[in-house]
Design a protein around this ligand. Structure first.
Ligand SMILES: [Zn+2]
Length: 158
């Protein structure tokens, strides 16, 4: 798999968001710094980190690395201002927040065959599915909260 971003272990929430926004993201949850740098170097991805020492090491190896603020919204805004990401969700591009696999779009009958929860099949015309995790996603209340969060960030951007 090719990656746009390598995200260090301190930034799990950011990794999930980048995947939902459609950017192929490697989340280095337990990797040692050396392994993480190797992955970033091989995949030519941008390393996102809160570790200044790691950032300096990456730069010494010619790896593009960006220091992330502690706040999630500030991190997303920084990446947006630097031109790396768009602050909008396109469900056609979204990836599984858990494993980075591109989500499939199922119509309700197909979702039912794959044993999606019944109330989801009844209520939503778009159901997303991760073929790797076997997990279903749908544009329910959590999705609406995410859109509101992005809107707030976009408004601060003006
Ligand atoms: Zn998955």
């Amino acid at each position: 798999m090719t990656y746009t971003f390598i995200v260090d272990g301190m930034l799990g929430k950011l990794a999930k968001w980048l995947r939902i926004l459609g950017y192929s993201t490697y989340y280095a949850k337990n990797e040692a710094d050396n392994d993480l740098l190797k992955i970033a170097s091989l995949s030519k991805a941008v390393l996102l980190t809160r570790d200044r020492h790691l950032k300096n090491r990456a730069e010494g190896m010619g790896i593009n690395s960006i220091y992330m603020p502690e706040d999630l919204a500030a991190s997303l805004l920084k990446l947006n201002r630097l031109g790396y990401i768009r602050l909008e969700i396109n469900l056609r591009k979204s990836r599984c927040p858990l494993c980075n696999t591109k989500l499939e779009h199922l119509d309700p009958s197909r979702a039912e065959k794959l044993n999606a929860p019944h109330y989801v099949v009844e209520r939503y015309s778009v159901i997303l599915y991760c073929p790797r995790c076997g997990k279903f996603y749908w544009p329910g209340s959590h999705y609406i909260k995410m859109l509101a969060f992005l809107q707030r960030i976009n408004e601060h951007n003006i």
